[in-house]
Design a protein around this ligand. Structure first.
Ligand SMILES: Cc1cc2nc3c(=O)[nH]c(=O)nc-3n(C[C@H](O)[C@H](O)[C@H](O)COP(=O)(O)OP(=O)(O)OC[C@H]3O[C@@H](n4cnc5c(N)ncnc54)[C@H](O)[C@@H]3O)c2cc1C
Length: 393
C-alpha cells in the first residue's frame, strides 16, 4: 500500500463513519480500525427515525453489520473533545487515541430555537425518536416548528397516530430552504388533505408550557412541540485544531475529501467539498452523500486519488408521497415541467437537477442523465409519455 498503515480512527459512528470503516475493510485495509461514537447505542441509520421508528413499525434502525467480524473496534459512548493534528492525537472523554489516518464524520446537530425549553422535542437521534414516539397519542395537540423535511415527516407520522397537528413555518412555503417556493406550495395541499394545519409566514417567539407563541401575537395550544428547523455541522470539538472550516462551520474538505492535511479526511454531514460539476462548494446533508463519500475516503486513505463530485440525491416520504431530488436545484437554470409530477432544471440543454413526486423511474433516469452530462432535447424531456432516458440527442 502506498500509505503507511498503522491505525485508522474514525470519529462519528453514524452513516458516514460506519460506511467508511466498512469500505476500508471491503477495499482491503487490514490494519487497526477504531470507530468512535458519542452515542452509547449500537450504530444506527437515521432516515427510519422520522418514518417507521416514529410510527412504531420498527423498534430501531440499527445497521445490520457484524463489526466484530470485520475487525472494527467500536468505542461507543465516547466523545472526541479536541484534536492535536500535529501529534496525531484525538483527546476523548475516555482518554487519548493516536492515529495514522483520521476520519472526521461527526455529522450535524439539530438547531434549537433561542430559549427552547427541554420539554420540546428534537428529531435527530434514536433517543429523540423514541422519546417523541412515547409522547404521540390520539388527540395530542402537537405543534411542529418548521415545515422542512423533518417537520413534514414528523407531521405525517403524528397525524397517522391520531394527533391534532399544526405546523408553523417562518417562510412563505414548506421546504423553502431546499426547493423553489412553487414546489413547496404544491405540498400545501398534502397538509390540508392529511388534516394538518399549516401556518406559513409565521414565526415562533416563544415555546411556553402549554402553548406556542407566535411573533404576531397568536397563541397555539400545544401538549407537545417538535422543533425541526435544521441542523448544523457538529464540529465545535475541532476548535484550535487548524482543520479548516467553511463559513457555515463544515469541515472545508478538498476535492478528495482531505481536510487540510494528507492524514485527515472528512465525510458526511460534517463536511463540505468543492464540486467542479456545480462550480461551487457543496454541503450535502443527505444519506446518499454519507454513503458515497465514505467509499471515496476509504479509497484515498488506501493511497488513492479519487475525486468526489457526486450528483447529490435525496428522498423524503411525506403525506403518502415519495419526493426525490437528484442534482442541485439552481433557480438560474431553465425550469421544465414534465407532466404534473416531475420538474427538470436544464442548463445549455443539459440536465442539472430533477425533482419528482411518486415518479421513481423519472428520478432514476434523470439522475443518470445528470451524471452523464449528455445533451437532451427539451421537447422530448417535457413529454411524460416518452421515457426520460430517451430524451438524449
Ligand atoms: C430523522 C432524520 C431523517 C432523515 N431522513 C432522510 C431521508 O429520508 N433521506 C435522506 O437522504 N437523508 C435523510 N436524513 C439525513 C441523513 O440521515 C444524514 O445525512 C446522515 O445521517 C448523515 O450521516 P453522518 O454520518 O454524516 O452524520 P450523523 O448521522 O449525524 O452521524 C454522526 C455521528 O457522530 C457522532 N458524533 C458527533 N460528535 C462527536 C464527537 N465529538 N465524538 C464522537 N462522536 C461524535 C454523533 O453522535 C452521530 O452519531 C435524515 C436525518 C434525520 C435526522
Amino acid at each position: 500500500m502506498a500509505v503507511e498503515m498503522v491505525r485508522v480512527v474514525v470519529v462519528g459512528a453514524g452513516m458516514a463513519g460506519v460506511q467508511t470503516a466498512v469500505a476500508l475493510r471491503q477495499q482491503g485495509y487490514d490494519g487497526s480500525l477504531v470507530l468512535l461514537g458519542a452515542e452509547p447505542h449500537p450504530p444506527y441509520d437515521r432516515p427510519p427515525l422520522s418514518k417507521d421508528v416514529l410510527l412504531g413499525r420498527a423498534e430501531h434502525s440499527r445497521f445490520e453489520i457484524d463489526f466484530d467480524e470485520l475487525g472494527i473496534e467500536l468505542a461507543l459512548g465516547r466523545r472526541a473533545l479536541s484534536l492535536d493534528a500535529d501529534a496525531r492525537t484525538v483527546k476523548t472523554d475516555g482518554g487519548d487515541l493516536s492515529y495514522t489516518q483520521l476520519v472526521l464524520a461527526t455529522g450535524a446537530a439539530p438547531v434549537s430555537l433561542p430559549g427552547q425549553p427541554d420539554s420540546a422535542f428534537l428529531l435527530r437521534t434514536q433517543d429523540d425518536a423514541l422519546a417523541l414516539r412515547a409522547a404521540l397519542r390520539p388527540g395530542l395537540r402537537l405543534v411542529v416548528v418548521g415545515a422542512g423535511w423533518i417537520g413534514a415527516e414528523a407531521a405525517t407520522v403524528a397525524r397517522q397516530l391520531g394527533c391534532e397537528v399544526t405546523v408553523v413555518e417562518a417562510a412563505n412555503a414548506p421546504l423553502a430552504g431546499a426547493l423553489p417556493a412553487e414546489f413547496g406550495e404544491r405540498t400545501r395541499a398534502w397538509y390540508a388533505r392529511a388534516g394538518v394545519e399549516l401556518l406559513t409566514t409565521s414565526a415562533v417567539s416563544e415555546i411556553g408550557a402549554h402553548a406556542v407563541h407566535l411573533t404576531d401575537g397568536r397563541e397555539l395550544a400545544a401538549d407537545a412541540v417538535v422543533v425541526g428547523i435544521g441542523a448544523r455541522p457538529d464540529n465545535a470539538w475541532l476548535a484550535g485544531s487548524g482543520i479548516p472550516l467553511d463559513d457555515r462551520g463544515a469541515v472545508a474538505a478538498d476535492a478528495r475529501l482531505r481536510a487540510g492535511r494528507d492524514d485527515v479526511h472528512a465525510v458526511g454531514d460534517c463536511a463540505s467539498f468543492p464540486s467542479a460539476r456545480y462550480g461551487r462548494r457543496l454541503a450535502v446533508h443527505h444519506w446518499d452523500n454519507a454513503l458515497q463519500g465514505a467509499r471515496v475516503v476509504a479509497a484515498n486513505i488506501l493511497g488513492g486519488e479519487v475525486v468526489y463530485d457526486p450528483v447529490p440525491y435525496f428522498w423524503s416520504e411525506q403525506f403518502g408521497h415519495m419526493v426525490q431530488v437528484a442534482g442541485v436545484v439552481d433557480q438560474s437554470a431553465r425550469r421544465l415541467a414534465r407532466g404534473e409530477d416531475t420538474v427538470l432544471w436544464l442548463r445549455d440543454d443539459r440536465l442539472e437537477a430533477v425533482v419528482t413526486v411518486d415518479k421513481p423511474r423519472d428520478l432514476a433516469q434523470g439522475r443518470k442523465l445528470i451524471e452523464a452530462g449528455k445533451q437532451i432535447d427539451p421537447a422530448k424531456a417535457a413529454d411524460p409519455t416518452t421515457a426520460l432516458k430517451a430524451a438524449t440527442v
